[in-house]
Ligand binder design. Structure first.
Ligand SMILES: CC(=O)N[C@H]1[C@@H](OP(=O)(O)OP(=O)(O)OC[C@H]2O[C@@H](n3ccc(=O)[nH]c3=O)[C@H](O)[C@@H]2O)O[C@H](CO)[C@@H](O)[C@@H]1O
Ligand SMILES: C=C(OP(=O)(O)O)C(=O)O
Length: 456
């Protein structure tokens, strides 16, 4: 596994940053307009889905983020021809010459993304075998892949764990299966979808995740020729078909990036119009944003988020699977909650270690206490297990600039917000990681009036 610094250096290269340490001069409100394009948590999966087709696909509204580049590189070593017009956001994927790749080649392109695990089903269907490297992604918990492997075995895959990764084969082909997830995992649900669509017979998945990005993946698969139904009780049924063809699809917007800009507007006493954001996928976020005192206006082409001009209110949040409060929204919003008058509580029930980013906020003057207990009534897998997974934020606190280090993607964005609202200068390192999921974030920050200097 690569180190945090190696990851940051790699991401910095992808994002066009010559260095990944930036000094911010905080204290200015962020005002203006930013464009949010396709969702990191969808486009990467739709690109993998293209592998299942016997003709080319076109994916539109694709952002230029490092996770997209990593997946493009991995598809490339498997013989998929890809072109990405960064300006129009159009990606063309031709899977007609798909081929096996060596583990060394795959490892060289795997980067720190979690997407390689989703290549299993498509590669087994196309080639009869798959090599899967060690997975990356944010270090916000243990993030095991047991649900993925167990589901693949149910389809008939044989899984060999090797020192350099995982090797899968399907000596008797892949057969539809009845699968129940212990927890509605996003990745495991996608694993089942990407495998079941071409497995022989019927697959029934119970306790499935139903995030909007998964629904958009189902849209893509249906366009390709798949037969998938979604019941109201987290049950997804898939009738396998022998062949799929290419698709033409415009990606759903990135609701996590949109929520991040909303939190930035609230925290810096600013006013940001997020072009591309839509209300239905942000319903739960908008309720919490309003309860915290944030104002918003829904427009046809986006959502305007702005500070009310008076004090903010504390809120109680428990993160959850969709339609609950998305865990990826929590980190940026916590920064804004340091400015609310009173005590806010955040109970993180999706990941067991997602509060590491608060250490930097405390260094800057925030009052945040972390607890092992479940501070909320939501069913949670982490209670009584020694995981620090609840936070109590008391405010309002005046933040002052400090030297801080980005720990992960969303925590990194929250550090940028903190640096921009704090009085004085903050030197933020490992910033390149943020390019995994935020397109052109430095250019966007400049447009919004942020003052900063990138170190060379
Ligand atoms: C690339 C991508 O789409 N990432 C998103 C995806 O991550 P990802 O798909 O990795 O997240 P999951 O929904 O799978 O994980 C949720 C929980 O299930 C656990 N788990 C998961 C799989 C497994 O085999 N065993 C297991 O125990 C995880 O450790 C975690 O505690 O959904 C998360 C939850 O909305 C988001 O925060 C991530 O931004
Ligand atoms: C946790 C995240 O991503 P990943 O699953 O790619 O690490 C995220 O987007 O906040």
């Amino acid at each position: 596994m690569s180190t945090l610094t190696e990851d940051a250096a790699r991401f910095a290269k992808f994002s066009g940053l010559e260095a990944d340490t930036i000094t911010f001069n905080g204290g200015q409100p962020l005002n203006g307009r930013v464009l949010v394009r396709g969702a990191k948590n969808f486009v990467t999966k739709a690109m993998v889905a293209a592998l299942l087709g016997d003709s080319p696909s076109v994916l539109r509204n694709v952002p230029d983020i490092s996770d997209v580049r990593i997946v493009a590189g991995l598809l490339g070593v498997h013989g998929v021809t890809i072109s990405h017009n960064v300006e129009t956001g159009e990606v063309h994927l031709d899977p007609t010459k798909v081929k096996s790749a060596h583990m060394a080649e795959i490892n060289a392109h795997a980067g720190s993304s979690r997407i390689p695990i989703l290549f299993c089903g498509p590669l087994l269907h196309q080639l009869g075998e798959a090599f899967i490297p060690d997975l990356g992604g944010c270090r916000i918990g243990d993030r095991p892949i047991d649900f993925h492997l167990s589901a693949l075995r149910s389809f008939g895959a044989v899984v060999d764990k090797l020192p350099e990764g995982i090797h899968l084969t399907a000596p008797n082909g892949l057969l539809g299966a009845k699968i129940t997830l212990d927890y509605p995992s996003v990745g495991a649900t996608e694993q089942v979808l990407l495998t079941a669509v071409r497995a022989q017979g019927l697959t029934e998945l119970s306790n499935a995740a139903i995030e909007p990005e998964i629904m958009d993946l189902i849209n893509v698969l249906q366009k390709m020729g798949a037969i998938i139904s979604v019941d109201a009780d987290r049950v997804i049924r898939i009738e396998g078909v022998p062949n799929l063809h290419g698709y033409d699809h415009k990606s759903i917007f990135d609701r996590n990036e949109a929520a991040s800009w909303a939190a930035a507007a609230l925290a810096t006493q600013g006013d940001i119009f997020v072009e591309g954001a839509r209300q239905p996928e942000m319903l739960t976020f908008l309720n919490v944003f309003r309860k915290a005192g944030g104002k918003f206006e829904i427009h046809d082409d986006g959502i305007r988020f702005f500070h009310p001009g008076e004090s903010l209110s504390p809120v109680v949040i428990e993160t959850d699977v969709h339609p609950g409060f998305m865990t990826d929204w929590q980190q940026p919003l916590v920064v804004a909650l340091t400015q609310a008058t009173g005590v806010s509580i955040v109970h993180e029930t999706v990941y067991e270690q997602r509060f590491g980013f608060t250490e930097a906020l405390v260094k800057m003057g925030a009052t945040i206490e972390l607890h092992r207990e479940c501070l909320g009534g939501q069913k949670c897998r982490f209670g009584q297990q020694n995981f620090v997974h609840s936070a109590v934020i008391s405010g309002p606190s005046k933040l002052t600039g400090a030297d801080i280090e980005v720990p992960d993607l969303r925590g990194g964005f929250s550090h940028l917000i903190a640096a921009l609202m704090a009085k004085g200068h903050s030197r933020v390192s490992n910033v390149g990681i943020i390019a995994r999921g935020y397109e052109n974030f430095l250019a966007k920050l400049r447009t919004l009036g942020a003052e900063f200097e990138v170190e060379n």
